[in-house]
Design a protein around this ligand. Structure first.
Ligand code: AMP
Ligand code: MG
Length: 419
C-alpha cells in the first residue's frame, strides 16, 4: 500500500473513518419505547399536541379568577366544588367563586389563578383569601412547555433517560431508531488463555475480548455471539495461525457490519492481520500517529468494516475510544461522534520526544475555585491496566507538543462514561 496510507495523524484517521462510515449508515427500524435507551433516533420527533394539553394547576389549592383577588384586606370566595387531577367535567366559575383543586387538575373555564391551600382559610363553603396573591400564579398554561408541531428531539440524538421521559410524555410508545451494527469481536494470540482456566508460564489471560465486549455494551450494542467449542461467547479467540484467522474473517464478513480484532496487527513474526485484510479486502489505512495504539488498521472485507486494534490492553482501549466508538456512532447517524474534550490544568510537568498524539491515563479533579486539574497516573505502560482503573480521564498531548509545565492547559478526554 502507498506510504500516504501509513501513519496518519489521529485527526486524519478519524476523518477517514468518519467519511467512510457516513456512506454506510444503517437502516432504521421501529421499536418499543421501553427498549429505546441508548439507541439513536432516525427521524426528528415532532409533538402532535401542545404540552401541557390543557391549562392545569401547578399546586394543591383553590382555583379562581385573578381579577377577583382582593387589592387590600381579604375577600371571601364561594367554594362551588372540587377538581381532582383527571376530572374531565367542565366547570365555569362565576365572579367571587372558587373550586378546590389538586396539582395537575384542569383549571375550570374562566379561572386563571391558583391560591395555594396554605394561603387560604376554609370555613364551610367559604374560602377567605388575603391580599398579596398574584393573578395567574401556580398555573401551567396549555402549551407552555411546547406546542403541537414543535420539533422535540432531532434525528441523530442518542436516546437517554430524559429523552425516553419526553417521548412518553408526548404519547409515543414506539420510536424510529437506527438499527444497531452487528459487531463481531475476535482476539488473536497463542499466549492467551481464558480467565478461569489455568495460566501457565509465558501465558496471559485474555482481557481484550472482555474489554471490547464491555465497551460495546456501554454503547448499548451486544456483541455478535460467537459459537465457540464450549459455549456461545461475546468473542471468538484465534491462535496466531493465518489459516484460522482467514477462515474466521471470511465467516464474519458474511454477516457482520463491523469486525473488531485485537492483536496481530504490528510488524512482528506472528502479526498476520495486515496481510490477510489486504488479501481478502481493502486496507484504508494502517498505523496512526498515536500512543498507545499506533499499529491500528482500518479496512473492509466484503460488506464488513474491519478495525484491527493492537493487542496491548491499553492500546486496545484507547483505539476503541478514539477510532471505533466514533465509527459506531456515525454508522447509527449520531451527531456526537467526536470525543468530547475538557480543558484542565496540569499538576505536573510532562515531556515527550515523539511526533504522536499521546494519551496519558490521568485523574481529573475539580478544585474549590471551580478549576479543573489533572494528574497523570504513575504507571503508563500500554500493558498496564491498574492505572486505567484509577484514571477518570485521558490527557491528550498533541503531536507537536514536547514540554508542558505545571498549570499549562491540556485537553482531556473524560473516561467517566467509559467506566
Ligand atoms: P500483539 O498486538 O498481538 O503484538 O500483542 C501486543 C501485546 O498485547 C502482547 O504483549 C500480547 O500478549 C498482548 N495481548 C494481545 N492480545 C491480548 C488480549 N486479548 N488480552 C490481553 N493482552 C493481549
Ligand atoms: Mg499477538
Amino acid at each position: 500500500m502507498s506510504e500516504s496510507h501509513n501513519r496518519l495523524s489521529l485527526a486524519d484517521a478519524q476523518q477517514r473513518i468518519a467519511a467512510i462510515c457516513a456512506t454506510r449508515r444503517l437502516p432504521s427500524e421501529s421499536i418499543d419505547l421501553s427498549r429505546a435507551l441508548g439507541r439513536t433516533l432516525a427521524v426528528d420527533v415532532c409533538a402532535s399536541r401542545d404540552q401541557p394539553f390543557f391549562t392545569n394547576s401547578a399546586m394543591d389549592g383553590f382555583a379562581l379568577r385573578g381579577e377577583d383577588l382582593p387589592q387590600s384586606g381579604s375577600r371571601d370566595f364561594r367554594l362551588i366544588g372540587t377538581r381532582l387531577a383527571g376530572d374531565q367535567t367542565q366547570i365555569v366559575l362565576g365572579q367571587g367563586e372558587c373550586v378546590r383543586i389538586t396539582t395537575g387538575a384542569a383549571l375550570p373555564l374562566s379561572a386563571d389563578t391558583v391560591v395555594i391551600k396554605e394561603h387560604a382559610l376554609v370555613e364551610g363553603s367559604t374560602v377567605h383569601i388575603a391580599c398579596g396573591e398574584s393573578p395567574g400564579s401556580h398555573v401551567r398554561p396549555a402549551g407552555e412547555d411546547y406546542s403541537a408541531g414543535d420539533a422535540l428531539i432531532r434525528a441523530g440524538q442518542r436516546i437517554g433517560a430524559a429523552h425516553v421521559a419526553a417521548l412518553a410524555a408526548a404519547g409515543f410508545d414506539r420510536v424510529n431508531v437506527a438499527s444497531r451494527p452487528k459487531v463481531r469481536i475476535m482476539t488473536t494470540g497463542d499466549e492467551l488463555v481464558m480467565p478461569g482456566s489455568a495460566c501457565g508460564t509465558a501465558q496471559i489471560y485474555n482481557s481484550n475480548g472482555y474489554a471490547l465486549a464491555a465497551m460495546l455494551r456501554k454503547e448499548h450494542i451486544d456483541p455478535d455471539q460467537a459459537h465457540g467449542a464450549r459455549q456461545d461467547s461475546d468473542f471468538i479467540h484465534l491462535r496466531d495461525d493465518p489459516e484460522s484467522i482467514r477462515a474466521a474473517l471470511v465467516e464474519a464478513a458474511r454477516s457482520a457490519d463491523v469486525i473488531i480484532t485485537s492483536g496481530g496487527v504490528s510488524a512482528g513474526e506472528a502479526d498476520y492481520l495486515p496481510g490477510l485484510v489486504a488479501d481478502l479486502g481493502t486496507i484504508h489505512f494502517w498505523k496512526v500517529r498515536m500512543r498507545p495504539g499506533m499499529p491500528f488498521l482500518f479496512g473492509e472485507i466484503g460488506r464488513s468494516l474491519i478495525f484491527c486494534l493492537p493487542g496491548n490492553p491499553v492500546s486496545t482501549i484507547a483505539t476503541f475510544l478514539c477510532l471505533v466508538r466514533p465509527a459506531l456512532s456515525i454508522l447509527q447517524g449520531r451527531g456526537d461522534a467526536t470525543p468530547q474534550l475538557l480543558p484542565a490544568r496540569l499538576t505536573q510537568p510532562i515531556s515527550k520526544r515523539h511526533d504522536r498524539t499521546e494519551f496519558l491515563r490521568a485523574v481529573c479533579e475539580v478544585r474549590n475555585d471551580a478549576s479543573l486539574w489533572v494528574t497523570p497516573v504513575a504507571q503508563q505502560g500500554s500493558a498496564m491496566l491498574r492505572g486505567l482503573v484509577e484514571a477518570n480521564a485521558l490527557i491528550m498531548v498533541p503531536e507537536q507538543t514536547t514540554d508542558l509545565a505545571v498549570a499549562d492547559i491540556v485537553q482531556t478526554l473524560s473516561l467517566l462514561e467509559f467506566r
